[in-house]
Write a protein that binds this ligand. Structure first.
Ligand code: UD1
Length: 471
């Protein structure tokens, strides 16, 4: 994640002057990088969490629906969009391409009229890897696209070779020079595209490009995440013809004209899992609302095996605990496997279980970056390659820690909920990327959590200082 100088545009309400012609006032996000001193979360441990959380829309879906809106010149309206910095970054990416974007409450209105730019700038793409999903729709709509090579979370090299090979199969020419990817084509043509691995981003880029390709495209070994299904439903509501989304073989009959649409983003299953774990660590009782429980099936099974009682409603899930936690082994895998985006958070829960658990990370390299910080809070985790051995039960104690990435940051906040004394989690911008109102939602459940802005008085660094002192 890149960093820069703090800017007064950060998360403030400003009158937009972007080329996209935005109406009204709207939230803006710094285009010149995220301030290094981005603020912190301060958690006073020991509260038992209880109550209800209304989930925001899924980050990993909203970003792709926004990109898909490039496929039509007509206005698209997307609701239940989370107000998180990754979404603000994508708003800026679209505006930099000449798209009109209006973001009021949780509703985005996007109009990618005529005269779009074909170049997504480095200053934006470097701050968020997910920006590369504009590649497929741009080449589909314009026949060309120039996109900076992406940056992103600090979780391994995160290649994009599957995206590029797939787009080549559809007839795009790909050149990489001076840190930019240049794509061009006269006409995209449908093809059978087998993926080496069910990559979420590659499946999405190809799905969007295929809507403009002449004839049939078949994406084989496609990702099966609920967010892929949401994107396919969005594209279908724009007039695309797609079958098999949510399975390993997705068929697209391309070349149909796409029109404007309205759509509600699915709820965020990773946000749901995060709050269920936050409740479970302190033997609490938390219900999340808005989600299809089958989006989190294996995760809920693992929680149950650990001794957490799970009750599933039609669109809700309740997790409560009164007894001790048991160890379980976990292997992250593409959906419907255990989500890698909940691996860091669940390690906190496993640290409290009586015994040894083995966590195997199969999706990303370097995704145990939070382990050293969890160990500073008193966890007993050792890693070897893509395995982590978590030994419990451990009594955690608060101190100052640094969020290494989005999900690792959330895990540290959760650890702070059960740590004795106070925990200060620096690098709050990582958490702001993906959790809407994290401190407010936790506070509503009874937690003692504060989001301190960068320019507020530096916090006491004394371990065990009172919450009053730390505020
Ligand atoms: C998406 C999610 C992320 C989640 C991940 C896996 C978004 C914005 N992000 O990321 O939160 O953790 O899915 O569920 O939706 N790979 C290659 N070559 C490629 C593409 C991927 O080698 O061309 C590798 C990656 O390095 C990684 C693995 O495949 O090791 C999975 O990546 P992928 O499924 O593409 O994840 P993202 O779409 O980046």
């Amino acid at each position: 994640m890149s960093r820069g100088t703090p800017t007064s545009r950060s998360l403030t309400r400003v009158k937009s002057t972007s080329a996209g012609g935005v109406s009204g006032y709207t939230e803006s996000y710094p285009v010149d990088g995220i301030p290094e001193n981005s603020g912190r979360f301060v958690v006073r441990g020991g509260a038992r969490l209880a109550g209800d959380v209304v989930l925001a829309g899924a980050k990993n879906s909203a970003l792709k629906l926004m990109a898909a809106s490039l496929l039509t010149p007509e206005p698209c309206v997307i609701s239940r969009v989370p107000r998180i910095t990754d979404v603000f970054t994508m708003v800026e990416v679209l505006r930099s391409l000449g798209v009109a974007v209006d973001f009021e409450g949780d509703e985005l209105r996007i109009a990618a009229g005529d005269g779009l730019s074909d170049c997504a700038p480095y200053e934006l793409v470097r701050t968020m890897r997910a920006s590369i999903v504009v590649m497929g729709p741009m080449v589909a709509r314009l026949g060309r696209a120039t996109i900076a090579m992406p940056g992103g979370c600090n979780i391994g090299p995160r290649r994009i070779d599957f995206h590029l090979r797939g787009l080549e199969k559809l007839g795009a020419r790909v050149e990489i020079e001076h840190g930019f990817i240049k794509l061009s084509c006269d006409r995209l043509r449908g093809a059978v595209v087998p993926l080496d691995y069910p990559s979420v981003g590659a499946t999405e880029n190809l799905l969007m490009a295929a809507t403009a390709a002449e004839g049939e495209t078949v994406i084989e070994n496609a990702a099966r995440e609920p967010e892929i299904v949401d994107l396919a439903e969005y594209l279908s509501s724009m007039g695309a013809c797609i079958e098999g989304a949510g399975t390993s073989s997705v068929h697209v009959q391309g070349g149909r004209p796409l029109h404007g649409t309205q759509h509600q983003v699915i709820a965020d299953r990773i946000e749901a899992g995060t709050y269920l774990i936050a409740g479970a660590v302190g033997a609490g009782d938390v219900t999340v609302h808005g989600l299809e429980p089958h989006h989190l099936e294996l995760f809920l099974t693992k929680l149950h095996l650990m001794g957490v009682e799970i009750q599933e409603g039609k669109h809700s899930m309740r997790a409560s605990r009164s007894g001790p936690l048991r160890p379980v082994d976990i292997s992250t895998l593409p959906h419907p496997g255990f989500p890698t985006d909940l691996q860091a958070q669940v390690m906190v829960l496993l640290s409290l279980a009586d015994g040894t658990s083995i966590v195997t990370e199969n999706v990303f390299e370097n995704r145990f970056v939070v382990v050293d910080e969890l160990n500073r809070l008193g966890a007993g985790i050792t890693t070897s390659g893509h395995h982590a051995v978590v030994t419990g039960p451990r009594a955690l104690t608060g101190t100052v820690v640094e969020a290494p990435d989005l999900r690792g940051g959330a895990a540290l906040v959760i650890a702070g909920l059960v740590a004795e004394g106070s925990t200060e989690i620096r690098g709050a911008h990582h958490i702001d990327r993906g959790y809407e109102g994290f401190a407010d939602k936790l506070t509503a459940l009874g937690a003692n959590v504060t989001r301190v802005q960068a320019d507020e008085t530096p916090l006491a660094r004394t371990t065990g200082a009172s919450a009053r002192t730390l505020r």
